[in-house]
Design a protein around this ligand. Sequence first.
Ligand SMILES: C[S@@+](CC[C@H](N)C(=O)[O-])C[C@H]1O[C@@H](n2cnc3c(N)ncnc32)[C@H](O)[C@@H]1O
Length: 205
Amino acid sequence: MTDSTAEARFSDYYAATPRPPWDIGRPQAAFVASAERIGPRVLDIGCGTGDLAIWLAGQGRAVTGVDFLSEPIERARAKAAAAAVEATFLQMDALAVGEIPERFDAVADCGLFHTFDDAGRAAYVAALAKLLEPGARAFLLCFSTAEPGDHGPRRVSEAEIRAAFNVGWEIESIEPARFEVVPGIPGAEFSPGGAQAWFTQVRRV
Ligand SMILES: C[S@@+](CC[C@H](N)C(=O)[O-])C[C@H]1O[C@@H](n2cnc3c(N)ncnc32)[C@H](O)[C@@H]1O
């Protein structure tokens, strides 16, 4: 189970004004560009206020979003209702998703993988392995070691991604990408155009 420090940290972000730096009000471009590869039943893990989940649902996917905090989940439900889009949002720890009875073709992880320490990362990948059947895919957008500085999320190297998904997964692609942020707000001081990131596609074998 995730420690309460992480919950408190993210809770502070959601209490901040005007909004958390990652909460850009639309899906990240890396996911939009790859949408056709994302299967029909999607779990958006660490979904935040739901922009990616709602966008995918609007594209005809059956989408469930999970986040361990009530605040973003309530905002996501309100956004989906306002957009008249059907999506399911659950308050749940990402490490417990193996207990969800539904089957998914894809997991979309936009900014969650890079929040874990080494032990959490291993537990997270194990949870995904429990959730996904062979052939299902996970798509992950995480900060990369190419992003200068050390404020914000942990930077992840390509080698670390390969090591995390070394057993039980085929790594189909790891591409340089950008993690867009809300420009000009506190906490969003990253590279112009968005923090340097990796967009990773892995397949369960
Ligand atoms: C960087 S934010 C990204 C949110 C959203 N995916 C987006 O792109 O706007 C990471 C999200 O993961 C959630 N989160 C962090 N650790 C989690 C965990 N162990 N289980 C579930 N959600 C978690 C946070 O509450 C936060 O909403």
